[in-house]
Design a protein around this ligand. Structure first.
Ligand SMILES: C[S@@+](CC[C@H](N)C(=O)[O-])C[C@H]1O[C@@H](n2cnc3c(N)ncnc32)[C@H](O)[C@@H]1O
Length: 251
């Protein structure tokens, strides 16, 4: 388990009724990784510390997209520890397949203007997590929106109006039938200067080959290789477009 991840079970209703200091109680639970039992209602959540904030993520175990995946933690860790080279202040960022929203939340806390996207059935849990963790703490309020890969891209995200500095994606390649649509979506959202940060979990050969398909249209650089997690973190940009440069790097 990633050391940044802690778990607790919250008993908000019990605690409020009894006048217990929920924050202190839960902070102690997080530190000791104890589980607090509830008698009335149980809200299970996972706690993370990124961008100098305690973030609480609610999962929904009957929805694939509402479960936290390790790639999201890898991408957040990278963003948090590379704030100088990847300064997100006032940058336009869109996240694909945002799931529980951790990456969108951290990106918002780091000062970006974030559009957090996923399939319609995932949006309510995503919106809940994004609001709960960013309300009153972000320079720009993040926006949660439906984006089904490959569908109505120009209608919903017109290229003339939507210019993104970054496209973020964590664990969006797995055994689903929309890999071609995903590639088209990356393609549609990338313009001059747009950079993709993509955390890829390697599983089966069929899905892993997506990396080669991806490279037919995008320049790809490896930022992390984490064999114990079978995850790589890539940055990419559309071939034929202007590329961002950082100190010491060739364009
Ligand atoms: C493995 S989960 C990763 C979620 C999150 N990024 C994370 O790392 O915790 C894959 C995500 O892609 C979304 N997804 C799958 N197929 C999609 C599609 N066709 N269009 C848009 N999102 C899709 C799922 O709803 C889910 O949130």
């Amino acid at each position: 388990m990633n050391p940044l991840l802690t778990q607790a079970v919250q008993t908000e209703e019990d605690a409020e009724t009894e006048g217990v200091d929920v924050d202190a109680e839960l902070a102690a639970a997080i530190m000791s990784r104890r589980i607090i039992q509830s008698l009335i209602t149980v809200e299970a959540w996972e706690g993370y510390t990124f961008a100098d904030h305690q973030i609480k993520i609610k999962e929904s175990h009957d929805l694939y997209g509402a479960v936290m995946w390790p790639s999201a933690i890898v991408l957040c860790y990278f963003l948090d520890t590379h704030r100088d080279t990847y300064n997100l202040l006032d940058k336009n960022v869109i996240e694909l397949g945002a799931g529980t929203g951790l990456v969108s939340i951290v990106t918002s806390l780091l000062g970006a203007k974030v559009t957090s996207t996923d399939l319609p059935e995932v949006l309510s849990n995503l919106q809940y997590n994004v609001l709960r963790n960013t309300r009153g703490s972000c320079r720009h309020a993040p926006h949660v929106a439906e984006l089904s890969w490959g569908k109505e891209l120009e209608q919903r995200f017109p290229q003339a109006a939507c210019h993104y500095d970054y496209v973020f994606a964590a664990d969006v390649v797995y055994c689903h039938p929309y890999l071609a649509e995903l590639l088209d979506t990356f393609d549609h959202l990338c313009q001059d200067g747009t950079e993709i940060l993509w955390a890829m979990r390697f599983r089966l050969d069929r899905e892993n080959q997506f990396v080669e398909r991806f490279q037919t249209r995008f320049h790809l650089d490896e930022l992390y290789d984490l064999p114990s997690l079978s995850i790589k973190l890539y940055r990419a940009s559309r071939k034929g477009m202007g590329r961002k440069t950082r100190s010491g790097e060739a364009a």
